[in-house]
Design a protein around this ligand. Structure first.
Ligand code: SF4
Ligand code: SF4
Length: 427
């Protein structure tokens, strides 16, 4: 075989009696730019579900859209690069910061899929005892009590006592319903979540919808625990919920929570639970004309798209149709909206990782979003996910904007306009 010519670096070269230093030919030597020990990357991409991390070709598109990069040094591009040079993702804080908001996947030409990668590697980390303690506490609460807040299961339907309308419990009703409302944990237990549940119950009652709830039989849908690395816990919850739902007859499963919506659309069917599932905004939007939206709600309102309703499942219009139908509301869009929406920080387990996240970022995503809403002149930040009311209300306080921006669920705004809750709720 013909031997390839090789440039030889000489210390100097003499031409026509003139001696020159020979650095001029140094560039003929191959430069070492890509000889890494990639065993760490190979170990990571060998985890089932994490394969696509290896597809990254460092274009950087994801960095421009990742919300965590706005408060830190983060993105799939950076995660790939760190793994490539030997920093194990499984031991890195990077593993717990991703909120699975899906914005990077929207722009990634190589389909590097953090929605698969993160739960896969996190599951391994959980098995190896490497998950942050506050997340483990949420897992333990969910396993023990059926909700991540650690509240008593027997109190799951207590909020109905303040609804002021009949909210029927399926186990007592013993009859089919048109709509089975899967209420979920924060709308059952969190004070502000309960306010939204009361508002929604009154709306359903006023519309004459035949509905019931599971009450104490309901368990957390478990989707965020799955994304945070506890697939086993998710499967246990799903099996229990599917078994409970199989006892009752209903046409439509209505959920308050976009994370539950995601689980019922994509994950429960794999375990034998297939239902006609709608988010509450989707159930209500076609009924606008029957709602009697008569009271003015005089306010400039902006809407935060929940990642798991919008980007994950493509519903951007139903919440906006409802808000636009309320008289008096001046709906203004923030720059980051719809498919480009920012993230509240609660998804993918972020809801239970606030202390950890605070130690590794410069601000909370919810604080960034609250500031953005105020920049756009909003007086009310409207939400449609039960994680968001508490996150954004905390952020309003921590950014010193108490009294300047109110956070309200769309169901509360509708109920105000229908005269079902007092206007003082706006104060
Ligand atoms: S957009 Fe995709 S391919 Fe480009 S740097 Fe990010 S993860 Fe890598
Ligand atoms: S899913 Fe969202 S938070 Fe996670 S890396 Fe992608 S853009 Fe960043």
């Amino acid at each position: 075989m013909e031997e390839k010519a090789k440039a030889v670096e000489l210390p100097s070269v003499t031409i026509d009696g003139v001696t020159l230093p020979a650095q001029w030919n140094r560039m003929f030597e191959p430069r070492v730019i890509n000889q890494y020990d990639i065993s760490v990357l190979e170990e990571t991409t060998a985890i089932p579900g994490a394969e696509s991390l290896g597809y990254c070709y460092q274009c950087g598109k994801c960095t421009g859209v990742c919300p965590i990069d706005t408060v830190g040094d983060y993105s799939p591009r950076k995660i790939f690069r760190r793994t490539q040079i030997g920093i194990p993702l499984i031991d890195s804080p990077d593993l717990w910061l991703c909120t699975t908001c899906r914005n990077c996947l929207r722009v990634c030409p190589k389909e590097v899929n953090m929605i698969d990668i993160m739960p896969a590697v996190r599951e391994q980390a959980v098995l190896e005892g490497k998950a942050p303690q506050e997340l483990l506490t949420a897992f333990e609460n969910t396993a023990r009590y059926g909700n991540p807040l650690g509240e008593a299961p027997r109190k799951r339907a207590d909020w109905t006592k303040s609804a002021g309308v009949e909210v029927r419990i399926m186990s007592q009703l013993k009859a089919p319903v048109d709509v089975l409302w899967f209420v979920e944990c924060y709308p059952s237990y969190h004070p502000r979540g309960k306010d939204a549940s009361v508002a929604l119950a009154r709306i359903l009652d006023k519309l004459g919808i035949d509905f019931g709830i599971l009450g104490v039989e309901e368990k957390c849908a478990g989707d965020s625990q799955r994304m945070a690395g506890e697939r086993g816990l998710f499967e246990m919850l799903a099996e229990q919920n599917i078994s409970t739902l199989s006892k009752y007859e209903f046409e439509t499963l209505m959920v308050t929570d976009p994370h539950a919506y995601n689980a019922f659309l994509h994950e429960y069917p794999k375990l034998g639970g297939s239902y006609k599932t709608v988010h509450y905004t989707q159930l209500l939007a076609p009924l606008i004309d029957q709602m009697g939206l008569s009271q003015e709600v005089p306010a400039r309102v902006t809407f935060h798209d929940p990642c798991y309703l919008g980007r994950h499942n493509g519903e951007y219009e139903a919440p906006r149709r409802l808000l636009e139908a309320i008289p008096g509301i001046d709906l203004v869009e923030m720059g980051r909206c719809k498919e480009r929406s920012y993230c509240c920080g609660g998804g993918g387990g972020g809801m239970w990782l606030d202390s950890f996240t605070r130690d590794h970022t410069s601000a909370r995503l919810s604080e960034m979003r609250v500031r953005e809403a105020i920049e756009y002149g909003a007086e009310i930040l409207a939400v449609a996910c039960p994680y968001e009311v508490s996150r954004f209300e905390d952020a309003v306080k921590s950014t010193g904007n108490a009294g300047r921006l109110k956070v309200m669920d769309i169901s509360e705004l509708l109920a105000l306009s229908m005269g079902l809750i007092p206007m003082e709720a706006l104060a």
